[in-house]
Unconditional design. Structure first.
Length: 196
């Protein structure tokens, strides 16, 4: 573990499905115009900041955000940053799922045909390990990805079980920073959004 290396978690901009609340993992959709605007705001906020490494989900919504934000040329595709596989719930909203499964929660119930929250936590642990292994001068690594995987990654960063990601809210086009207080992993900044 390299104390001092920060992980910058950057959620992709808005898509039609993030706007409607549909669970989106394997469906490879692009950003809305508003999502592209948010990515441009990310570019301004990040201001060309140097990172020791930039990792991006293989999905186009994350890659498009990364490119518009100015890091497409240096980003490495990281399979571990794929969104949680929602199985048969792909494309459905929580309200739609609850018509068949009353009280259903992505955090507590079986994801039929998809991944367990624990499995997503294992992927997040792998991403953290690979990010911390990147050595450079900035002591920062950027991760462009999706809401649930980033929430789970944040939970794992501070030692919570994967389902601890349920305690965090994460907006589209947001930036969060995982950092350190001495040798302890902390959340240094969370869900930094932008003015409308």
């Amino acid at each position: 573990m390299i104390a001092g290396t920060e992980l910058w978690l950057i959620r992709h901009g808005e898509t039609e499905w993030s706007l409607s609340g549909q669970h989106t993992s394997r469906t490879d959709i692009s950003l809305t115009e508003h999502g592209r605007k948010r990515a441009e705001e990310l570019r301004a906020y990040l201001g060309g900041r140097k990172f020791d490494g930039v990792m991006v989900s293989p999905m186009q919504r994350a890659q498009e955000t990364c490119r518009i934000a100015g890091y497409g040329d240096v980003a490495v595709v990281e399979e571990g940053l794929r969104e949680w596989d929602y199985g048969i719930y792909e494309g459905k909203t929580t309200a739609e799922i609850r018509k068949d499964v009353p009280g259903w929660s992505v955090w507590k119930d079986e994801i039929v045909g998809g991944e367990t929250v624990e499995r997503v936590g294992e992927r997040a642990d792998g991403v953290i390990a690979r990010a911390l292994a990147m050595k450079g001068e900035s002591h920062r690594v950027a991760l462009f990805a999706h809401a649930h995987i980033l929430r789970i990654l944040a939970a794992r960063w501070i030692g919570l079980p994967a389902d601890g990601g349920s305690l965090f809210s994460l907006g589209t086009g947001s930036v969060s920073v995982m950092g350190w207080e001495r040798e302890t992993r902390v959340i240094a900044g969370w869900n930094r959004g932008f003015e409308e």
